[in-house]
Design a protein around this ligand. Sequence first.
Ligand SMILES: Cc1cc2nc3c(=O)[nH]c(=O)nc-3n(C[C@H](O)[C@H](O)[C@H](O)COP(=O)(O)OP(=O)(O)OC[C@H]3O[C@@H](n4cnc5c(N)ncnc54)[C@H](O)[C@@H]3O)c2cc1C
Length: 310
Amino acid sequence: MVANATCVIDTQLTMKVNDTTNAFFFVAHNGQVVPNFKAYFPGLDMLGKHYTVSNVVGSKVKRHYTICNVMQPKVYSTLVNHLKQGKTTVNEIIETSSTTSGENSSGKGELTDLLQTVDTNRMMFVIKNYNQPFGLSQKFFTSPGSWYEVKGPMGKSLNVQSTGTHFAFAAGTGVLPFMDLIAQLAFYNLGMKHLLGSKTFEDGFKLKFYVSFQSRKDAIGLELLEALQDFCKKHLKDNFELNLRISNEGKQRRWDSSFIEEQLKGFNSISVHKVWVCGPPVMSETFDKTFDAIKTADPARFGTGVLEVL
Ligand SMILES: Cc1cc2nc3c(=O)[nH]c(=O)nc-3n(C[C@H](O)[C@H](O)[C@H](O)COP(=O)(O)OP(=O)(O)OC[C@H]3O[C@@H](n4cnc5c(N)ncnc54)[C@H](O)[C@@H]3O)c2cc1C
């Protein structure tokens, strides 16, 4: 069911993600509960879907915003803490949560409390200010008191498979469609399987995640990515591999066609289920061209829908 509600931004909940990007909570008119406004969509099928937001008054500009539940500030910091503490069983996590968090008296562990699957009156999106005078994103930053129409979920799922290798190349806000996948992999590795849906990871699942940011200051979700990487190294889990590129840190290799081909070398659609790309237009163009060249040179190597520029 597609939710459709008139909402206002709750300015008290707004949190800065970086200098140009905020987490905004859109709350339904009169605080009414809206079917499919949720703090959490468990399972692999909802990953990558989005909502649309449009202004109610004036010219109706409609823009897309990705579901990224883990970026809710409290959820994010709790998950990063769990990974940093390096606990691997639910009991250990519950113990730590109830001794380190004054907020939680239920003993269930904060993530379970925060990640509710029931319908609620709000949806959170992480939005970058593009500062376009007639664009919509700047309005969330400058006129949070306005009314907005929020509609979703809609769009294509990432179509994550339970097993096999998945590649993602993401830059800037392009990291957002993958953040809930990263979170679910973290829950899985932490032994918090009760937070995953019925279709979840199996042995043999692997995510090779390539992420590029201009600088650490401009990054989104980096603390979580690095915490999951450290956790995996410490606990000898090989289902997540982070390849980080920070443009202003030393001489970083560009993601050009030779780099892309090198990363995919030796792989074909039997071993690789998906190669996703999400980033600014110039980056998408490079990947589009390289994927076309790969497919033309060797049509049997990657089947339909494996190489996907989002
Ligand atoms: C599926 C999907 C999911 C998305 N999820 C998110 C998300 O979670 N968070 C997020 O911040 N954004 C997300 N976006 C981007 C978002 O939908 C908006 O595009 C963004 O907020 C900018 O909108 P705007 O109206 O402020 O700016 P716009 O006016 O749309 O301008 C944005 C940029 O595009 C350029 N531009 C605009 N029109 C043209 C044109 N005709 N030709 C060339 N360049 C042009 C502008 O110069 C500017 O740099 C998503 C987009 C898609 C398609």
